[in-house]
Design a protein around this ligand. Structure first.
Ligand code: GDD
Ligand code: MG
Length: 370
């Protein structure tokens, strides 16, 4: 089966992680995020994958290569300018087969795509949207179904007034099984949104929904959800290849962890990382290759990517540190803070409340304390 993945968005909500790195190749636990999607697709026999790129496409190509490292054959299409979700598909037209799976490039999931394809074939649908239940549909595409799973309404980013008579919030998971003839509905040469211009036109014309039962699903596009996804991968709430490298306690301490350090919960300390005596790592947490925790440093429910230095007595809690970040002694970084690549924070600072610091910024000792 063929897969088409859209990765042309700028990933603005994940800045500064996406300031110089496109969202699909931002490191997630221990691999580029897209690695999770490709390995999941390969498990469901979607092994011929076309990637529709825009933003920083060359970097995506460099990191993912021909896909063989993830069990797929990967080809790339680059739009001349962002064409929107349908326009991107149209632009890849020459490579597409009669039936394919189209995917948003930011979903972490273990949904059974095979079951969705089987339903698509059984109903003779033109398109079948993978659906998942959520509590708040306002950031997604809300899908209304009849008793045969035919779509009776599609509301992208619905306002509260549109939700009044809806009793179950099923949203589009960004996983679509499509017949090639859907391309006929997309005008060429301009930006077109599949959510706003194509799905509404297919309502009543062979568009079905496939509610996924008991599957894991997460759009990883915000720092909050990046941390939630990391936790769920480490804890094994979502089926991924990461589980293969973890022991019974869901740890892989490949790095140099001093016997006087304490490591609890699901934790990866990558090879080349060092955790000094008296330091603590409280999972779910990742310490990237070459990163160092000084004595009495604490990393808790956080991600510290490669080459970081956490000074003595510093605390990093529910935060994300991109590569090469340095944190001075006794500084606290907490509560959804994201530090971009190469950020240097001096001693005795407090960074909190979801603050984001752009790559290569330097904050002197005591500069920020809130
Ligand atoms: N190639 C290309 N070109 N890709 C694009 C473009 C473009 O112009 N615009 C967006 N994309 C890609 C993004 O990179 C992302 O992988 C995907 O299309 C969806 O865009 P998002 O910006 O992440 O959309 P969203 O999360 O607000 O909403 C979409 O996903 C929800 C599920 O997560 C919609 O499809 C909703 O209906 C859906 O519920
Ligand atoms: Mg998204």
């Amino acid at each position: 089966m063929q897969g088409v993945i859209l990765v042309g968005g700028e990933g603005t909500r994940l800045r500064p992680l996406t300031s110089g790195t496109p969202k699909p190749i931002v490191t997630f636990v221990d691999r580029p995020f897209m690695g999770f999607m490709l390995q999941w697709l390969a498990r469901h026999d979607v092994t011929d994958v076309v990637m529709c790129c825009g933003f920083l496409a060359t970097k995506v190509r460099e990191v993912l290569g021909d896909g063989s490292g993830f069990g797929v054959r990967l080809r790339f299409v680059e739009e001349p300018e962002p064409r929107g979700t349908a326009g991107a598909l149209k632009y890849a037209e020459d490579l597409l087969e009669d039936r394919f799976v189209m995917l948003n490039g930011d979903v972490l999931t273990d949904v059974d795509v095979g079951a969705q394809v089987r339903q698509h074939e059984a109903t003779g649908a033109v398109g079948t949207l993978g659906l998942v239940p959520v509590e708040d549909p306002s950031a997604y595409g809300l899908v209304l179904l009849d008793e045969d799973n035919a779509v009776t309404g599609f509301l992208e980013k619905p306002g509260s007034d549109q939700l009044r008579d809806v009793d179950q919030y099923l949203i589009s998971a960004g996983i679509y099984v499509l017949e090639r003839r859907v391309l006929d509905l997309i005008p060429p040469g301009r930006a077109v949104s599949i959510e706003r211009e194509v799905w509404p036109r297919l309502v009543g014309e062979g568009l079905y929904g496939h509610p996924a039962q008991d599957a894991y699903w997460l759009d990883i596009g915000t720092p909050e959800r990046y941390l939630d996804g990391t936790r769920d991968i480490l804890a094994g709430h979502v089926e991924t290849a990461v589980s293969e490298r973890l022991d019974a306690e869901r740890q892989d301490l490949a790095g140099d962890v001093d016997p006087g350090a304490r490591v609890t919960g699901p934790v990866i300390v990558e090879a080349g990382a060092r955790v000094a005596a008296g330091a603590r790592v409280i999972g779910p947490a990742v310490i990237g290759a070459g990163s160092e925790l000084a004595p009495q440093a604490v990393v808790e429910s956080a991600v510290v990517l490669h080459g970081c230095r956490i000074g003595p007595g510093a605390h990093v809690r529910r935060a994300i540190l991109a590569g090469g970040v340095q944190i001075g002694a006794n500084t606290i970084v907490e509560d959804g803070v994201v530090l971009g690549e190469g950020v240097e924070v001096g001693a005795d600072c407090i960074l909190s409340h979801g603050m984001k610091v752009f790559p290569h910024t330097t904050l002197p000792d005591g500069a920020i304390r809130f």
